[in-house]
Each structure stands twice: as structure tokens, then as C-alpha cells.
Design a protein around this ligand. Structure first.
Ligand SMILES: Cc1cc2nc3c(=O)[nH]c(=O)nc-3n(C[C@H](O)[C@H](O)[C@H](O)COP(=O)(O)OP(=O)(O)OC[C@H]3O[C@@H](n4cnc5c(N)ncnc54)[C@H](O)[C@@H]3O)c2cc1C
Length: 318
């Protein structure tokens, strides 16, 4: 079988890797400059900064087994001895779960999974259609459609999926109607000097910033002190359409008010579809007649583990 995989984040990379291992011809496409999706990092003058997923956990034995293999490959490491959670002025160590990060940046496992898979970045699927019993993909960056493919598997976030297809099975759309995806503003803070506090990560809890990570303290990261701040889901929803300059100004003021002093520079990135809410009946969808599959974190229970889980669930259908 010749498969096209739309999207090269955790779910797309997992299914692409597995199908390639089974001997199928697999080609992955992603609109981004690199692979990784919401696990990607922003390149700066002072190294790469993780601005999407900060770490991941492994709640199920199956995913933990996969993570252990990735650790042996050098794609992943344990991280987070110094994660603190605060409430008011009180801070305590958060040791309840084991956390993992990709190395040397978050995309470590994605790049590992896709190492043998033909992957085309900066290929934005615009229209995916069937012609003469085969699939074709119209890509925004090219004048000719790419194909034919025997099967297509989408791993794009739910809101970006229906516009790609002329029609999707109506029962799928009905089952996904309760799922929404919410935004998150991420801020990358370059201190230009020693960072004003020492921790790996910090659940802030009482403000519009709910998470801070000290990026340069993660194993494998190089460069000068950098923090990644995430705004809360509710604040990000209210301020979704704000200009980045306005979000940066509020983050700068917050850092000053908190006594950290002014940073060197701050850059902002809005993740429009950061996290999913709601559940579908299945963790992955497959239509044998159409030879069309759908995976993604939004089907698998959310987060990195949910993306992996969804891809593994599709394999069972295939
Ligand atoms: C700010 C933030 C913080 C997070 N924190 C955590 C965390 O701490 N722990 C955790 O476990 N999870 C976290 N997550 C969630 C986690 O990153 C995701 O659940 C997971 O990475 C999703 O993987 P995926 O493959 O389902 O989707 P994605 O990673 O979104 O992959 C989909 C891919 O499809 C591509 N794409 C979309 N449309 C097209 C198109 N038309 N043509 C071609 N390609 C297309 C995109 O470029 C993307 O690469 C966080 C996410 C964000 C944004």
C-alpha cells in the first residue's frame, strides 16, 4: 500500500513509522518548516526554545514501553527534578509524576520515528480528493497535485480537517461535534544574563501565567538563559486575537511586578489549537471503503500520550 500521512507531529510520525516498518510505502507531509507539530521548538539566535509541549508523561504501560525504547535510542530523557508548584507565596516540589522530554529538543522522538520515512515539510495540504479510486493531494506550495495514493491518514487538529476534504463520513462529524480545541499564548523570555530564579519548571497557579520552564536547564539545550511562559487557557481564549506586542507587554509587566526584573527580549507565539476538550467514541477512525484514516491527540485523550495512543489505535483497524 502507498500511504500519504498529513501532518508530522507525534500522531502522524507514530503511524508513519509503524506502516513503514510493516513494509508499506509511506510519504508524510507537513506544512511546518520542520517536523514535530505542537512538540516543536522555536529557533532563536541563542539556541532552540521549546514553546509548545514542555514535557510529557506516560500513564499507560504501553506508552511507557515505547518511551523506554526511545530513551535507549537517545531521543528522550527523564527531566524535572526541580518542578515546583506555587500557591500564593508558598512553593512546593511537584514529584507526583515522572516527566520526559525529547532531546536535544522536544522533536527528538519525532525525528527518530521519521528517520526512515520520506517526509516533506513546507507542504500544506489544501485539498485532498479521490479520483479513479485513488487519493490525490493538492499542496499549496506546488502547482501539480501529488499522488496517486492508495490511502490517506490525517493527523491534523480537528478544526483543520474538514476543509481539506470535499466530504467526510457524516457519522464521523457527528461523533466529533462535542470536541473543541483551545488556544495557548506561549512567551519565550530571553534574559540575556543569569536567570533570576532556579527551577526546571514552575506551575504558577495564581495568575494569567500558569507555567514557566527554564529551557536552558533541560538536558541537551544550549544557549543563554531562556524561560518559556504559557498563559492560562481561559486568558488565552479571551486574548486569542490580541496583537503579540500587547501580550508581550503584559508578560513583561508581570515579570517586573513579580520582582524578576526586565528581561532582554520576549517573543510570543499563539497556538490556536493547543489542547483538546471533549471525547469521541473512537481513539482513531478508519473507513475501509474510502481508505481514509484519522488520528490525533484530540481523539486519543489529549496530550502527547493521547496522540501516540490514537496512532496505535488506528494500526489495530488497519
Ligand atoms: C502550548 C502547548 C503546551 C503543551 N503542553 C503539553 C505538555 O506539557 N504535555 C503534553 O503531553 N502535551 C502538551 N501539549 C499537547 C501536545 O503538544 C499535543 O497533544 C501533541 O503534540 C499533538 O500531537 P498530534 O500529532 O496529534 O498533533 P500536532 O502536533 O498538532 O501535529 C499535526 C501536524 O499537522 C500539520 N498540519 C496541519 N494542517 C496541515 C495541512 N493542511 N497540511 C500539512 N500539514 C498540516 C501541523 O503543522 C502539525 O505538525 C501542549 C501543546 C501546546 C500547544
Amino acid at each position: 500500500m502507498k500511504y500519504a500521512i498529513l501532518g508530522a507531529g507525534m500522531s502522524g510520525a507514530t503511524i508513519a513509522h509503524a506502516l513503514h516498518q510493516q513494509g508499506h510505502e509511506v510519504i508524510a507531509f507537513d506544512k511546518g518548516r520542520g517536523v514535530g507539530g505542537r512538540m516543536s521548538s522555536r529557533r532563536t539566535d541563542h539556541g532552540a526554545v521549546d514553546h509548545g509541549a514542555q514535557y510529557f508523561t506516560a500513564q499507560t504501560p504501553e506508552f511507557l514501553d515505547a518511551v523506554h525504547l526511545w530513551m535507549q535510542e537517545g531521543w528522550v530523557q527523564r527531566w524535572g527534578d526541580q518542578i515546583v508548584a506555587s500557591s500564593g507565596d508558598e512553593r512546593r516540589l511537584s514529584t507526583s509524576v515522572q516527566r520526559f522530554i525529547g532531546t536535544p529538543i522536544m522533536t527528538g522522538p519525532i525525528k527518530g520515528l521519521l528517520a526512515q520515512v520520506e517526509t516533506h515539510t513546507q507542504h500544506t495540504a489544501k485539498r485532498v480528493y479521490r479520483q479513479d479510486h485513488a487519493w490525490w493531494i493538492q499542496v499549496a506550495e506546488l502547482s501539480e497535485a501529488i499522488g496517486p495514493f492508495d490511502a490517506v491518514i490525517s493527523s491534523v487538529p480537528l478544526p483543520q480537517l474538514p476543509p481539506l476534504f470535499d466530504a467526510l463520513p457524516p457519522q464521523w462529524l457527528a461523533q466529533w461535534s462535542g470536541i473543541t480545541m483551545t488556544p495557548c499564548w506561549a512567551l519565550m523570555v530571553d534574559w540575556g544574563r543569569a536567570a533570576p530564579d532556579a527551577f526546571d519548571g514552575w506551575f504558577v497557579n495564581d495568575t494569567f501565567i500558569d507555567w514557566i520552564a527554564q529551557n536552558d536547564r533541560k538536558p541537551g539545550r544550549i544557549g543563554q538563559p531562556h524561560w518559556t511562559l504559557h498563559a492560562t487557557e481561559s486568558w488565552s481564549q479571551v486574548h486569542e486575537e490580541d496583537a503579540p506586542e500587547s501580550v508581550i507587554a503584559q508578560a513583561r509587566q508581570w515579570l517586573i511586578d513579580r520582582g524578576f526584573g526586565p528581561p532582554n527580549t520576549i517573543t510570543a507565539h499563539r497556538w490556536r489549537y493547543a489542547r483538546s476538550q471533549g471525547e469521541a467514541a473512537e481513539a482513531a477512525y478508519w473507513d475501509e471503503g474510502l481508505r481514509l484514516g484519522v488520528v490525533g491527540d484530540w481523539l486519543g485523550g489529549g496530550r502527547v500520550e493521547g496522540a501516540w495512543r490514537s496512532a496505535r489505535a488506528l494500526l489495530k483497524h488497519l
